[in-house]
Ligand binder design. Structure first.
Ligand SMILES: Nc1ncnc2c1ncn2[C@@H]1O[C@H](COP(=O)(O)OP(=O)(O)OP(=O)(O)O)[C@@H](O)[C@H]1O
Ligand SMILES: [Mg+2]
Length: 228
């Protein structure tokens, strides 16, 4: 059995950047490392996800209930696992995932206001993906923590740069993104995710290298690579 390290965080929080830096550092230390990312927009398994994000099933995230939306993403992960990285994982390699079931937890649990409904949903999702679909559970989840005001400023800049596109149905919705950020606290408490501060006291992004150093500390503290 290999190890699965998951990098979670909001849009533009640096997931791809930190996934790459972590892979390079672990490779240099002699580990066999692979990076994966979700959703797999190039895969046919991602078709329904693209429809969901484009608003084909409803223009507001709440138009698709968490169980239905989660099923679409689970299929994408299952397809990628069975066609690409199961082999590496079974061979004892380290897999670093830029988003995973964790993104599903974040984006879908917020659709419920009642804590009991959120918990029922999380219990179902864990059973669905890790037991019924047989996907590996992450050994450690590192959350790249960027305050919402910083995320929204980054998004606005990005949309301006890309010629004024307005983002997908999640990115467009402030109340939704606010709830997403609030849900991080719940998930950190429930699952023991490692929170990595990505901004300094002036709400500026810290350097990629500084964030990477903290990420390495979190990985070491989690003992995830011990006995590998
Ligand atoms: N610490 C940082 N400081 C400043 N810029 C950064 C930092 N980390 C990443 N970036 C830049 O921010 C942009 C987004 O980073 P990246 O693609 O790694 O984030 P992501 O979380 O994967 O984003 P997405 O939401 O697009 O998936 C890239 O241009 C990247 O070079
Ligand atoms: Mg990315």
């Amino acid at each position: 059995m290999g190890r699965l390290i998951t990098i979670e965080g909001g849009d533009g929080s640096g997931k791809a950047t930190q996934t790459q830096l972590l892979a390079e550092t672990l490779q240099a230390r002699g580990y066999k490392v692979h990076t994966i990312s979700f959703p797999n927009y190039d895969s046919p398994a991602c078709g329904p996800i693209k429809m969901y994000l484009a608003g084909d099933f409803g223009k507001h995230p709440n138009d698709v209930n968490p169980y239905a939306a989660s099923s679409l993403y689970a299929v994408d992960r299952f397809a990628s696992y069975r066609t690409t990285w199961k082999e590496w994982y079974d061979a004892g390699h380290v897999i670093i995932a830029d988003r995973y079931t964790t993104s599903n937890m974040v984006h879908q649990m917020v659709k419920y206001e009642e804590a009991s409904e959120r918990i029922r949903f999380l219990d179902w999702l864990e059973d669905f993906e890790f037991c019924k679909f047989g996907l590996p559970r992450p050994d450690v989840v590192c959350l790249l923590d960027v305050p919402l005001v910083v995320t929204e400023a980054l998004m606005a800049k990005r949309h301006h740069k890309t010629g004024g596109t307005t983002g997908d149905i999640h990115e467009q919705d402030h109340a939704y993104l606010k709830a997403v950020h609030a849900s991080y606290d719940e998930l950190v408490a429930r699952y023991g995710w490692k929170r990595i501060a990505c901004t300094d006291s002036h709400q500026s992004m810290r350097s990629k290298e500084a964030i990477h150093e903290d990420l390495m500390i979190a990985i070491q503290e989690s003992h995830v690579l011990d006995r590998l």
